[in-house]
Design a protein around this ligand. Structure first.
Ligand SMILES: *[C@@H]1O[C@H](CO)[C@@H](O)[C@H](O)[C@H]1NC(C)=O
Ligand SMILES: *[C@@H]1O[C@H](CO)[C@@H](O)[C@H](O)[C@H]1NC(C)=O
Ligand SMILES: *[C@@H]1O[C@H](CO)[C@@H](O)[C@H](O)[C@H]1NC(C)=O
Length: 245
């Protein structure tokens, strides 16, 4: 795999959470670093990262037209207060990733989040607002789009503020994000669990040209309740999410 040395994953950043789903019989993907390229098939594990930092830190020399992958050392995320979380979900399985608010405050890391994976084929999502000192967005949907098993694109799916209209604990920010006031968060004296929940969906094709369907399912299930699928979730978070579906 190799590649130019600037791609090597040498963060010294504190790693927030590593969801290592133990190697299962169906997992034939032996690439564990989110900064290396791989191709996957259904039932493989797939490693990707979430980087939390300031918005400008994701761009080369703060130039808003050149967004680099957090794996790219030209960004020097490792010298800022950035934080990285790594996950390894199963391809084509609807998953909800959580980052517990009691161990992490996204506002102090810079307030924006980028999802990333790969090196030569470095995919990264646009930076999305998570938190500042007054507001926090806790619910996200991330689409991972594959073509013949190679990750092509990562993007955040938004539903405007439809899901939080009329919910008194939520504020609609800039007509796109449902947010909670920091003062309402448990770790800031309020009563709400402000842990982040990131729902994943897969689209496109795997390396055997099999169609990845979980995105299709999310779209169709949205009108009902996806919550049955997350039966192991803590009630605090589920209550929050039920506002969204
Ligand atoms: C930002 O990058 C683009 C593309 O490389 C370049 O055309 C532009 O001049 C740059 N802007 C600044 C302010 O450096
Ligand atoms: C986060 O951790 C705290 C303390 O361990 C726990 O009480 C809370 O339920 C957790 N939240 C989630 C969403 O797992
Ligand atoms: C936090 O972000 C929201 C949405 O952009 C904004 O309305 C609010 O003023 C910001 N708070 C601070 C302290 O900048």
């Amino acid at each position: 795999m190799g590649g130019p040395s600037r791609w090597t994953f040498t963060f010294t950043i504190f790693i927030l959470a590593i969801t290592t789903i133990s190697v299962q019989a169906g997992d034939n993907n032996h690439v564990y670093s989110p900064c290396r390229d791989t191709t996957v098939q259904r039932d493989d594990g797939f490693s990707f990262g979430l980087a939390f930092s300031s918005k400008t830190s994701f761009f080369l020399n703060n130039n808003a037209s050149v967004q680099l992958s957090p794996c790219d050392r030209r960004l020097s995320l490792s010298t800022s207060s950035s934080q990285i979380a790594l996950f390894r979900p199963k391809v084509d399985e609807i998953s909800l990733l959580t980052i517990n608010a009691s161990s992490f405050s996204p506002d102090s890391a810079g307030g924006y989040m980028v999802a990333f994976a790969g090196s030569k084929y470095a995919a990264r999502s646009p930076p999305t607002f998570v938190a500042n000192s007054t507001h926090i967005v806790t619910s996200f949907t991330l689409i991972l789009e594959f073509k013949q098993g190679r990750l092509q694109n990562l993007f955040w799916k938004r539903d405007g503020c439809a899901s939080c209209k009329g919910k008194s604990k939520f504020v609609c920010l800039n007509n796109v994000d449902c947010a909670i006031r920091m003062n309402d968060c448990k770790n800031r004296g309020g009563s709400m669990d402000c842990s982040l929940g990131i729902q994943l969906a897969f689209s496109g094709t795997d390396k055997h040209y099999s169609v990845l369907n979980s995105w299709y399912e999310v779209q169709n299930l949205r009108q009902y309740s996806l919550f049955g699928l997350y039966s192991n979730l803590r009630k605090s978070l589920t209550d929050q999410f039920s506002n969204f579906f």
